[in-house]
Design a protein around this ligand. Structure first.
Ligand SMILES: NC(=O)c1ccc[n+]([C@@H]2O[C@H](COP(=O)([O-])OP(=O)(O)OC[C@H]3O[C@@H](n4cnc5c(N)ncnc54)[C@H](OP(=O)(O)O)[C@@H]3O)[C@@H](O)[C@H]2O)c1
Length: 329
């Protein structure tokens, strides 16, 4: 196996960053880790923030971008059992996926679901770890409850809509164009709301007989915080995974008191592996069988070669995409 490999290097981190292929040392797996020959890596909005220099990797994480991959195990770290060289897997990473090889912790490995091509499996880990832990662990979504997914056409949104619909929840979604709204409804949303043309609070209220929804998954924040409180039913839970619309807002928290609401926010990347393993186990038990049965599909916007990582970021920054953008190594 070569001692070096190609990986994407961030030149000039900041607003005018460039992503360029570079020859770097191949990483070596430590105890409890495997080396993976990458077939494809998923692109995430966090990668753009990292390249712009506003989202540093957590301590100990590789500086190379890339939070998820699919590929084949190329080497086993000391003491690793239950896996073999050549085994096809997908994995959640703390970084390092934009490369020919990367290292993954055993706690973050999952098999390739039945019927999913190896490359497309790179679209699965980040969205499903995030959606599951936020909707199920944080927001405690219960059978029969209704859900509003903001950013329904995003990588995260397309996974969340499909999961909630497959589990029998009534799903509402927001998206920024008629085409994106159509995609959300095709994925299982009962109603998609074009937030550029319609007030989502009014739309959700009128679709639920004035009650509101039980759970909201939000990536916008800012002035959506109070609007979300208004769109929630009594006892509702709001969970934020990003604040693209602003970290600061003037909010009437009286609504939380009166409606007995919960407001939560989480990130995934910096969590200990033991915590990620619990999410991985829940995915293997509940979500991977739904993917294997074709009830949940990876939604792929486009697949580009690793050398075009810059174009992949431009596509995501322009927000023209529906679903995931992948890079093939
Ligand atoms: N906390 C965590 O652990 C965690 C993990 C993964 C991802 N995330 C975050 O989750 C978000 C989605 O990630 P991704 O990789 O799936 O990115 P993505 O595909 O680029 O999604 C971003 C989405 O935000 C939507 N959006 C922006 N403003 C909106 C608004 N006012 N109302 C409704 N939707 C709006 C965009 O929709 P339009 O184009 O239609 O405006 C787009 O679909 C990102 O912010 C990411 O940082 C957080």
């Amino acid at each position: 196996m070569p001692e070096t490999m190609t990986a994407i290097r961030i030149e000039n981190p900041g607003p005018d960053y460039r992503l360029l292929p570079a020859t770097v040392a191949r990483p070596a797996p430590g105890p409890g880790e495997v080396l993976i020959k990458v077939a494809a890596a998923g692109v995430n909005r966090a990668d753009i923030a990292q390249a712009r220099g506003v989202y540093p990797p957590p301590p100990g994480a590789p500086a190379t971008l890339g939070l998820e991959i699919a590929g084949s195990i190329a080497a086993l770290g000391d003491g690793v059992t239950g896996h073999h060289i050549g085994e096809q897997v997908c994995a959640l990473l703390t970084g390092g996926g934009y490369a020919e090889y990367c290292v993954a912790a055993l706690e973050c490995l999952l098999p390739i679901p039945k019927g999913v091509p190896l490359i497309e499996a790179a679209a699965l880990p980040e969205v499903h770890f995030t959606v599951w832990t936020n909707l199920m662990d944080a927001a405690r979504l219960k059978p029969g409850e209704s859900v509003l997914i903001h950013g329904g056409s995003s990588g995260i949104g397309t996974a969340a809509i499909q999961l909630c619909a497959a589990l029998g929840h009534t799903v509402f979604a927001t998206a920024g164009s008629a085409e994106k709204c159509r995609a959300c409804e095709e994925l299982g949303a009962a109603r998609a709301i074009n937030y550029r043309e319609e007030d989502f609070v009014e739309a959700v209220k009128s679709a639920t007989g004035g009650k509101g929804v039980n759970v909201i998954l939000d990536m916008v924040g800012g002035d959506y915080i109070e609007k979300n409180f208004r769109a929630l039913a009594v006892g509702g839970r709001l969970v934020n995974i990003a604040f693209q619309g602003g970290m600061k807002a003037e909010v009437n928290f009286g609504l939380m008191l009166m409606k007995r609401l919960s407001f939560l926010a989480t990130t995934l990347r910096g969590r200990p592996n033991a915590e990620k393993a619990l999410i991985r186990d829940a995915l293997a038990k509940t979500v991977w069988p739904l993917i294997g049965a074709g009830r949940i599909k990876p939604v792929i916007d486009r697949i580009l070669p690793l050398s075009q990582a810059q174009d992949a970021h431009a596509r995501m920054t322009g927000s023209g995409h529906i679903g995931k953008i992948l890079l093939t190594a």
